[in-house]
Design a protein around this ligand. Structure first.
Ligand code: GRF
Length: 207
């Protein structure tokens, strides 16, 4: 069972923060089942931080320092999360790969959302990759985070059509609307202890 007793969530975001908004809206509506204990960014000017401040959610900034290296970055992230007694983590447009020392602290308790149907089109500009490949359907994936890039076990997926006239912006906007529905739902299932991991497979248990 993926630990459903984890109730203090950190959301890590580098930019716009629209998924953070969707998660905060679910918390405010009373069905998330997790308390957003911290919004953390590696970018001091991230809009996500302003959104959090606007709702009195604690924020922290941990900038990546190349000279100090990845482990020090992981330690700094861990320090902020420990300060806020964080028990689970949701990446929402966080543009850094999490160091292993950070992941080790939160086994099966770090989630990410990616704008494609993984394992298709991992990495950057997934929507452009999908258009270039010529797929007719794309979507988004909530997955557990492992040491790779978009390689962790799939938790939930939602598909959207790709239309002949789509450009990258149009497809990204359609996928993003779907992300905003999917991510809070996946986190709510986690909060209720309804995710069970069996190797690479994550099963959603009946209520
Ligand atoms: C989303 O498309 C998400 O799938 C990807 O980064 C983007 C973040 O958007 N990982 P936002 O900051 O949540 O608006």
């Amino acid at each position: 069972m993926i630990d459903g007793e984890s109730h203090r969530l950190a959301v890590l975001a580098s930019g716009r923060g629209s998924n953070l908004e969707a998660i905060m809206a679910a918390e405010e509506a009373g069905w998330l089942g997790l308390e957003i204990a911290l919004v953390l960014s590696d970018q001091p000017e991230a809009r996500a931080l302003d959104l959090a401040r606007g709702r009195n959610v604690p924020v922290a900034v941990v900038e990546y320092c190349r000279e100090a290296g990845r482990e020090a970055f992981g330690d700094a992230l861990l320090g902020a999360c420990r300060d806020h007694r964080v028990t689970s983590v949701a990446l929402a447009g966080f543009m850094r790969i999490l160091p292993e020392n950070f992941l080790d602290e939160y086994p099966d308790r770090v989630f990410n959302i990616h704008p494609s149907l993984l394992p298709a089109f991992p990495g950057l500009r997934a929507q452009a990759q999908a258009l270039e490949y010529g797929v007719k359907v794309s979507g988004c994936t909530v997955h557990l985070v492992d040491a790779g890039v978009d390689t962790g076990p799939v938790v939930m997926q939602a598909s959207v059509p790709v239309y002949p006239g789509d450009d990258e912006a149009a497809l990204a906007a359609r996928i993003l609307r779907s992300e905003h529905r999917l991510y809070p739902r996946a986190l709510a299932l986690f909060a209720r202890g309804r995710l069970r991991r069996d190797g690479r497979r994550v099963r959603v248990l009946d209520a």
